[in-house]
Structure formats: C-alpha cells, structure tokens
Design a protein around this ligand. Structure first.
Ligand code: FAD
Length: 304
C-alpha cells in the first residue's frame, strides 16, 4: 500500500464512517518507575479521546489491588471512562462479587469479564474454583446481578484453544451476549482477513453485536511468538521476515511496528471497522503514531 493509496482509503472511510474510535488497554504497574511510565502514557493518549481505557487483571487475580488502584485513579484524575478487567480464576463467587461491588462503589461502570487462564496457560484444561464462576458467561451474569455494569467480553477470531469447533466458539459468545455483554473485544491477530472472516462468520450465524479488533503493535517478534502460542493466535511468516536481523535494533523495530500496524488498522477501517482496541503495553508513542497515521485526531483542548 503506498501512502497516497492509504490516505485515499482513510479519507473514503472517514467520509462514510466518521473518525475511527479507539480504546486503550493498560496493565497495572509493579513499581513506581513503571507507574510513572504508565501515567505519562495515559496523559498522552487521553488527547485521542478514547471511548474507554481498560486495565488488565493479572493471572489468578495476582494484581487485584493494583488493578483496583489504577482504575480508581483513572476515575479520579482523568476524563476517560475506565473499564476494569476481571477473571474467574482462583476465586469464589463471593470474592469476585466483592471486587465487583468495590468497583461500582469507586465509580467504575464498565467491566471486561473474562474466564482467565489456568496456571498452565490458555490451552491447559481449566478447572474452576469449587465455589467460583465457571466461565466468562457466568461472570457476566454475576456482574449484571451486582449492578447495571456495561460489560465487554473476549472473542477469539482464530478460535480459543479450548473450543471444540467454530459452532461452540460462536455459541459461547452468544451465551455471553445473552448474559448481558454488549461487545466482544478480540484477541490479537496480524492479518486483517483473520478478523474480517471472523466478522463474516458471526454475521452468518446471526450475531450482530459489535466486535472490536484488539490491536497489538508488535516490536519484538520472539516475544509475540511466545504470547501467540499460548492463546491460539497465528503469527504470519511475513512478520518474521520483516523483523529478521533486527534483534539488536529496537529503534528500527519500533518504526517497522508503527508502519505495519497502521497498515492493518487502515485496511480494517476501509472495511468498515469503526472501533479499535489497542494493547498499549503502557507505552504511548507507538499507539499515538499508529492512531495518527490512520486518521484519529488529537483533541486540541486536551493538549498540554
Ligand atoms: P470463556 O468465554 O469462558 O471461554 C473459554 C473457553 O471455554 C472457550 O473455548 C469456550 O468455548 C469454552 N467454554 C466456555 N463456556 C463453555 C460452556 N458452557 N460449554 C462449553 N465450552 C465452554 N486474561 C487475564 O488473566 N487477565 C486479563 O486482564 C485478560 N484480558 C483479556 C482481554 C482481552 C480483550 C482478551 C481477548 C483476553 C484477555 N485475557 C485476560 C485472556 C483470557 O482470560 C483468555 O483468553 C482465556 O483463556 C479465555 O477467556 P474467555 O473470557 O474468552 O473465556
């Protein structure tokens, strides 16, 4: 795709759809230095006026307090609606319900309800806590019983490693929607066709709820290969080729990541996708550059 071609695609899509809408995902920081880095990223990305920003929940609830602190600070100190991720792993229903009540009391109105992964990884057999929610659909119902949260859930454009068939994958998404979820946010993927075929598959099954692509700007091929293995995402060969020989050159890898991810977003936007969820990894620069390239405007009022 040449820049002129990309620019034309973006201009046409903007005419049809309006400006693309974005949301950003962060993880709760472990140290003060990482907290400073996170807040620099939050402040910078706030200028893009995201529809929401979400904060992940560590494996097995390991970041319960840090996730809560980060989300509560977003409520208090920013203009962005936060979404708190929550999982079913290793906790009783009472515990999880307590977390939900605390969120509601702190002013959080949006939950990303997930099953979570067993300690052996996403493809290991999942054994729910004996008194816990057994899967994300049950957690969605639980959240809705506690309060009228807006609920987002995970969807898997290449199928979740545990699902027996496409039918069961789609049935599972339907169960989550029936329980009260209002959108699916996708696992990451690297070829636009992966997401677009999944969207077609859902449409053929009569599922019309919005699905939002999860966008992962890849700067480290080996790291992403490891992550992808755990969640059933495929890593295309072209990605290996463009990062080949750049192991010691992080600066070039970041530029390559911006270019390839902006191309992915441009293609999706040209195909009618209006909302994009970025896995920011708590850094603003790449996400900001990609958003600018594919047409997200910076809000002038919020500029420092
Ligand atoms: P579910 O929707 O419960 O489904 C998991 C599998 O079980 C599917 O194969 C499904 O078909 C099957 N299944 C479920 N119910 C039934 C049933 N009744 N009968 C038969 N089969 C069933 N993990 C974290 O630990 N923390 C996070 O913050 C986090 N954030 C995420 C954000 C996004 C946008 C995404 C896409 C994933 C995230 N994850 C996170 C990872 C997620 O926890 C894993 O992908 C997990 O393996 C599956 O979660 P789920 O919510 O899709 O599970």
């Amino acid at each position: 795709m040449t820049s002129a071609h990309a620019h034309n695609l973006i201009a046409e899509a903007a005419e049809r759809l309006g400006q693309p809408r974005v949301s950003f995902e962060f993880f709760p920081p472990k140290t003060e230095t990482l907290e400073t880095q996170l807040w620099e990223a939050i402040r910078k990305l706030e200028r893009l006026k995201p529809t929401f920003v979400s904060v992940t929940y560590g494996a097995g609830g390991s970041t319960r307090d840090r996730t809560h602190r980060t989300v509560a600070r977003i409520v208090k100190e920013t203009t962005m609606p936060p979404a708190a991720h929550l999982t079913c792993v290793g906790a009783s229903r009472d515990d999880v319900d307590g977390v939900l009540r605390d969120y509601w009391a702190a002013g959080v109105r949006h939950i990303v309800a997930l099953r979570g992964d067993p300690p052996g990884g996403a493809d290991a057999a999942f054994a729910p806590h004996p008194d816990g929610y057994a899967n994300a659909a049950e957690l969605v119902s639980g959240a809705k019983r506690i309060a009228d949260f807006e609920v987002s859930v995970a969807v898997h454009p290449e199928r979740h490693p545990n699902s027996a068939s496409w039918e069961s994958e789609i049935e599972n998404f339907k169960r989550k929607l029936d329980a009260g979820a209002s959108r699916g946010i996708s696992q990451f993927f690297f070829d636009a066709d992966t997401f677009l075929s999944f969207r077609d598959r859902l449409a053929r099954a009569g599922v019309t709820a919005p699905i939002v692509p999860g966008i992962m700007p890849v700067t480290n091929y080996k790291g992403v290969q490891k992550m992808a293995q755990g969640c059933g995402a495929s890593v295309p060969r072209w990605l290996a080729t463009i990062f080949d020989g750049l192991d010691d050159d992080p600066e070039t890898r970041r530029l390559v990541a911006a270019a390839t991810t902006a191309e992915l977003c441009t293609r999706l936007y040209a195909e009618g996708v209006e909302d994009f969820h970025f896995y920011t990894l708590n850094r603003a620069d790449l996400t900001m550059a990609i958003c600018r390239i594919f047409g997200v405007r910076v809000s002038k009022e919020a500029a420092p």
